[in-house]
Design a protein around this ligand. Structure first.
Ligand SMILES: Nc1nc2c([nH]c(=O)n2[C@@H]2O[C@H](COP(=O)(O)OP(=O)(O)OP(=O)(O)O)[C@@H](O)[C@H]2O)c(=O)[nH]1
Ligand SMILES: [Mg+2]
Length: 151
């Protein structure tokens, strides 16, 4: 056991603040009746184009994260849901080259409508163990562990 007065360095990899802007994103694990999760392929021309992601997007200033996600799900997938249908799962914090991403992850099992990529982005329903085989953004890896534990 650690002596309370003893200096310990538990996090030797910690670095000083990077000065990168923080970007807050809300994203969702949309879960169907078979326990599969929806992923979308990021459109051409966007950061990390071609990778499979959890639908969602940037939280606007003053916007509650749940409402940002309800808005994004309408814009990106054409489905309707509500803040009360979003269960917080966790978050990831990841430094990209030009910004630091803080992404809140919600699970959602109730929505109206059939998800269709509104910018033509391909969609796939994937079992959680199979998510590990997909090409996803580097920030998303810890999310898979979260989903494995929770779903
Ligand atoms: N939606 C989403 N964004 C992710 C994931 N993983 C990840 O690193 N991101 C990053 O989070 C950032 C913001 O996401 P976004 O591009 O969906 O934002 P958005 O829908 O508001 O798009 P816009 O800025 O073109 O309007 C992007 O740089 C994206 O690469 C993920 O699983 N889902
Ligand atoms: Mg988006």
């Amino acid at each position: 056991m650690n002596d309370a007065h003893q200096a310990v360095n538990l996090c030797p990899g910690d670095e000083p603040p990077s000065g990168l802007p923080i970007v807050l994103v809300s994203a969702v694990a949309l879960v169907d009746a078979d326990g599969r999760v929806l992923v979308a392929q990021r459109p051409e021309g966007k950061h990390l184009a071609g990778l499979w992601e959890f639908p969602g997007g940037k939280v606007e200033p003053g916007e509650p994260p749940e409402l940002a996600l309800v808005r994004e799900l309408k814009e990106e997938l054409g489905i309707d849901t509500a803040a009360s249908c979003l269960a917080p799962c966790g978050f990831v914090s990841h430094a990209y080259e030009k910004f630091h991403l803080v992404m809140l992850i919600f699970a959602c099992r109730k929505w109206n409508g059939r998800p269709v990529g509104q910018q033509g982005q391909p969609l796939r329903w994937v079992r959680v163990p199979d998510l590990f085989k997909l090409d996803m953004p580097p920030a998303d890896r810890p999310v898979l562990g979260l989903l494995q534990a929770l779903l």
